[in-house]
Design a protein around this ligand. Structure first.
Ligand code: NAP
Length: 285
């Protein structure tokens, strides 16, 4: 009598489910979004990937289909435009087994908002992409996720969302602050209705990607870094197991946020002026 041993290869995924569904990733043509695509494909999720650079998405899709044997759809377009937000949102709403949305598309700018010579266009594009698209796609994704009472939305914010002073670019920091605040408020609502759906605001620090151009090299900061996109993705996926909504990726980035916060709270005029009675807003009874 002979025995046949059938060895089944079960892919372990971060949600620890037997039937990983679909993951939608914006800004998947490079950096953190591309890493999410590679890692989630390796865990057996089918993908929908979007960005403007079609050639990059096609090359990535061909590689991952071949290597991981998953299904991948590509939707190409500019996510700062309301029409494209609607197109992607309509697509997302129809994905019955949607498990993951990664709102990752974003950019930084060297333009100065307060410069007398600056044009408003890059700032409006940033506002639309970082805030408008995130809201539009979250709204769409929550429909199938709430139907299934399962799934997670990773909004790629930034540690900039927690550092709101200094010589930084106001629009980048403020749009990311919106992402973190909105994510936290949505999670509180989900908790209130006892939903199992999770939303996370991922707050990376300096990460080696193409954000400052394909040839730019990220350098270490005062507290450490830079991180690789893969490290950011690993920490993000790991956070699915815990209740953290605001996820700062890396201890050195937590240290930096804490230092800035300490300065901010102690600086008069930042939150409450130390001499606030003298401002005239306070009327003694
Ligand atoms: P990246 O390599 O430049 O990737 C940005 C992605 O966003 C690309 O796939 C890009 O694709 C897409 N994108 C940009 N503008 C778009 C638009 N108008 N419409 C559609 N897609 C658009 O940079 P990254 O660092 O990975 O950035 C990913 C996210 O991480 C961003 O939200 C960024 O703010 C955040 N982040 C980065 C760092 C860092 O140090 N790298 C730190 C904190 C937070 P196409 O150009 O092909 O459209």
């Amino acid at each position: 009598m002979s025995f046949y041993f059938v060895i089944m290869t079960v892919k372990i995924n971060f949600m620890e489910v037997e039937d990983p569904g679909v993951a939608v990733i914006t800004g998947a043509s490079s950096g953190i979004g591309e890493s999410f695509a590679r890692i989630l494909a390796g865990q057996g999720f089918d993908l929908v990937i979007t960005a403007r650079r079609k050639n990059r998405l096609e090359a990535l899709a061909a590689e991952l289909k071949e290597k991981e044997g998953i299904n991948i759809e590509i939707i190409t377009g500019d996510l700062s435009k309301p029409e494209f937000m609607d197109e992607v949102a309509d697509y997302i709403e129809k994905i019955e087994n949607l498990d993951v949305l990664v709102n990752n598309a974003g950019f930084s700018t060297l333009e100065q908002f307060i410069s007398k010579n600056s044009k408003v266009d890059p700032f409006m594009t940033m506002l639309n992409l970082h805030c408008g698209a995130v809201v539009r796609l979250m709204h769409a994704a929550l429909k199938p996720m709430r139907n299934n009472d399962r799934g997670v939305i990773f909004n790629i914010s930034s540690m900039a969302s927690l550092i709101l002073h200094g010589s930084r670019e106001p629009m980048y920091h403020s749009t990311k602050a919106f992402v973190s605040a909105f994510t936290e408020m949505v999670q509180l609502k989900l908790n209130f209705v006892k939903s199992k759906v999770k939303v996370k605001s991922i707050c990376p620090g300096n990460t080696h990607t193409e954000i400052f151009g394909p040839a730019a090299i990220a350098t270490p900061g005062k507290f450490g870094g830079p991180m690789t996109p893969e490290e950011v993705v690993d920490i993000s996926l790991d956070s699915y197991k815990n209740k953290d909504t605001i996820v700062i990726t890396g201890d050195h980035n937590i240290d930096e946020v804490m230092e800035w916060r300490e300065v901010a709270y102690n600086k008069s005029g930042r939150y409450f002026s130390k001499n606030w009675i003298k401002t005239g807003l306070y009327k003694p009874l």
